[in-house]
Design a binder for this molecule. Structure first.
Ligand code: UDP
Ligand code: MG
Length: 243
């Protein structure tokens, strides 16, 4: 098999409205880089027409590969599965809804070529995101960074380019309920930020309802801090004393 320079992981849950446009823009960018590449679509148990569109695209373009989940396992699981299957020397993780502009990838790749192993997207501004989401995200990162000694850079998500050795290292970790942006910092290596303007979702609606957001937030805290365990212990001992 031909070696692959760049792999792109695109997790998708009910993204039938965006997939064709997402594919078009990714292909324009990746083919413009004049290197070998693959697009790895991960269908996270979509209940709409996503899988059908994926199949049509993959049939017509040998750059496209598909991972198809038996049910909805969640965004972090979809990206994790993608990481186990990518072949590239560098891997890009990007949302399907074009909030992370594919046009940033060449700039991220430049930093990788300069010698950085992790080039994480840092949001300069977020268009079209609710005041609620912006405020809760701000509070959350302040809180988790207090618990973890500033482990996670502010205003970063999962949009990033990571070197093969980082992919291999993260794949070797035993964590199940992953908080990838946290693990991505935790593993170390040479890291740098790539600033970008986060756009509005191109079409459709968020696939991260409050329930999923809370699970992600919980996994982030429990995965990176023993503080909740200590609080539980303290509470237990306190109640025992009271009893
Ligand atoms: N996603 C997924 N599984 C899920 C929820 C979301 O694969 O259970 C994907 C989704 O298709 C998108 C990315 O994760 O590519 C981010 O989701 P979304 O844009 O809905 O989140 P938001 O930007 O609103 O936080
Ligand atoms: Mg989005």
């Amino acid at each position: 098999m031909e070696p692959v320079k760049y792999s792109v992981i695109i997790p998708m849950f009910n993204e039938q409205e965006v997939i064709a446009e997402s594919y078009r823009r990714l292909t324009a960018v990746m083919s413009g880089m004049n290197e070998t590449y693959e697009l790895l679509f991960v269908n996270d148990g979509s209940r709409d027409g996503t899988m059908g569109v994926m199949r049509d695209i993959a049939e017509a373009d040998e750059h496209v590969r598909i991972l198809n989940f038996s049910r909805n396992f969640g965004h972090q699981a979809a990206v994790t599965a993608g990481m186990a299957h990518v072949r590239g020397e560098a891997t890009i993780i990007i949302d399907a809804d074009l909030q992370d502009p594919p046009e940033c990838i060449p700039g991220m790749a430049e930093k990788w070529k300069e010698g950085y192993d992790v080039v994480y997207g840092k949001r300069l501004r977020r268009d079209g995101e609710s005041a609620f989401k912006l405020l809760t995200a701000k509070w959350y990162y302040r809180f988790i960074n207090k618990l973890t000694n500033n482990m996670i850079p502010t205003d970063t998500g999962d949009f990033r380019l990571i070197d093969r050795k980082v992919v291999d290292t993260m794949n070797a970790l035993p964590e199940k309920n992953r908080f990838l942006r946290g693990l991505g910092s935790w593993v170390g290596f040479r890291q740098t930020a790539y600033e970008y303007k986060r756009d509005e979702r191109w079409a459709g609606e968020t696939k991260y309802p409050l329930k999923k957001m809370l699970k992600l937030a919980g996994d982030g805290i429990v995965g990176f801090s023993s503080a909740p365990l200590k609080w539980a212990l303290g509470l237990g001992v306190g109640l025992l004393g009271l009893g």
